[in-house]
Design a protein around this ligand. Sequence first.
Ligand code: NAD
Length: 263
Amino acid sequence: TESRFQARHILITGGGGEIGQAAAERLTAEGAHVSLLDIDGDKLAAAAARLAELGNAPRTYACDITDAAAVADTVAQVIDDGGPLVGLFNNAGYQGAFAPVQDYPGDDFARVMQINVVGAFNVLQRVSRAMITAGRGGAVVNTASMAGLSGPPNMPAYGTSKAAIIGLTQTAAKDLAPHDIRVNAVSPGFIGPGFMWERQVEQQASVASPYYADEPDAVAAQMIASVPMRRYGRLDEIASAVAFLLSDDASYMTGTNLPLSGG
Ligand code: NAD
């Protein structure tokens, strides 16, 4: 599999984040030429430095995916700099606040939807247009979440946004199939260790809730106990599924959502 992505240009959004970086490492190791997009320039620089140590420095682009005009400019620049895109890992996201629906802050609900849904749409639209123009087909993986399938308590905005991503994946798969562009989603469950895991455990502990204990270690134990495999997933286990869906090994898969949740 060393060369599944030889000389293929793939854009990763949320490329400064944990899952984005793990995917960048995996795709680079298999020959891809990756470009990283993120709103956070410091995270991008750190991710690029790590990849450079592995022998392949990516180009990085600071961009807010909620800004449609900035996305249009940035995607055009990515292609100008690195050549036509044949892959997109549409992965930037925001976990939002933790509160039950009756107390959830409305402005944060809108922000979660703006980043996770409208932002993902902005990137998907611009990249798919460019793929159609280039006429070589392509593959897209959107990052949904088990939260989009299971309705986690105290996460009404995040769960809703990720359910929307599964819907967007299904429709985009149909709209883009005539152009030989496949669109699939991955739904990570509890992934750790890392920022989102720690934040989720702390936040669920701090919200008075009948579903979770009020102390982070106890919440972590409750979450792990709910997983049949009795452990959280590793970042490289997400990266390998993303690589599979982006590769020709998944050539007859489109419109699917792959749960990565330990059962
Ligand atoms: P992360 O916070 O490390 O990465 C998310 C990245 O998205 C960050 O680098 C952030 O700067 C970037 N981002 C946020 N808003 C942006 C914007 N407006 N424009 C551009 N970039 C923006 O977290 P992660 O775990 O790597 O998350 C990656 C994806 O995986 C997200 O979509 C997240 O919802 C999803 N996810 C994560 C988990 C988990 O447990 N880690 C589980 C399920 C789904």
